[in-house]
Design a protein around this ligand. Structure first.
Ligand SMILES: [Fe+2]
Ligand SMILES: [Fe+2]
Length: 196
């Protein structure tokens, strides 16, 4: 804690002064500089968690991003591919929404939507085997990002379980992650400026 810091006097938010809130939001905005580190930390937590798959969740993430890269995807889309499952450990039942909301201020509406709904699309490849509707994606047909979600899930996500597939290490992708979470949030194409 810096020596100049003084604990504010308010005890309820309604008592906070404008100066208090300016101070708080200065700190709050400062948290943005740590988002990339935290996202990378969540990715590292996926290492070793194979969950019955042929590769662990980190390898799956690296393979998904590498397949996106090999297909000529732009950097933002590659980072979305890398991070699409970072919620596996903490939000396994809604991990798409978890990752999508972390990415939302920093990526296009299209990429947000693809990550948000990726499970409905990748289900084409296995839902039938667990008694669920493999055509779950059909409820989204007509959405502007529908085709991108098909590519993301059919050609990258669902194809990223090969133990023999060599990918670059996570360190290779880290500068890309840092670039996506840099600059001002809520300013990417198709976004209204907003948020905190
Ligand atoms: Fe997923
Ligand atoms: Fe995945």
């Amino acid at each position: 804690m810096p020596p100049s810091y003084q604990r504010p006097q308010f005890r309820t938010l309604g008592q906070a002064t404008a100066e208090d809130m300016t101070e708080i939001f200065g700190h709050y905005h400062g948290l943005r500089s740590g988002i990339a580190d935290h996202a990378i930390m969540l990715l590292k937590l996926l290492a070793g968690e194979r969950l019955g798959f042929p590769v662990d969740r980190l390898e799956h993430s690296l393979q998904t991003a590498t397949l996106a890269q090999q297909a000529g995807a732009d950097e933002e889309t590659m980072v979305c591919a890398l991070l699409h499952d970072i919620g596996d450990n903490i939000a396994p039942d809604n991990h798409g929404a978890f990752a999508a909301e972390i990415l939302r201020p920093w990526v296009s509406e299209e990429n947000y939507w693809v990550v948000r709904n990726h499970n409905d699309f990748v289900g084409r490849h296995y839902f039938e085997k667990i008694g669920r509707d493999p055509d779950m994606r059909e409820k989204h047909r007509g959405h502007p990002a529908f085709q991108k979600a098909c590519t993301f899930c059919d050609e990258w996500d669902a194809a990223a379980f090969d133990p023999a597939f060599e990918t670059p290490p996570l360190e290779y992708f880290e500068p890309m992650v840092r670039r996506i979470f840099s600059g001002a949030p809520w300013t990417r194409a198709g976004k209204a400026v907003g948020g905190h």
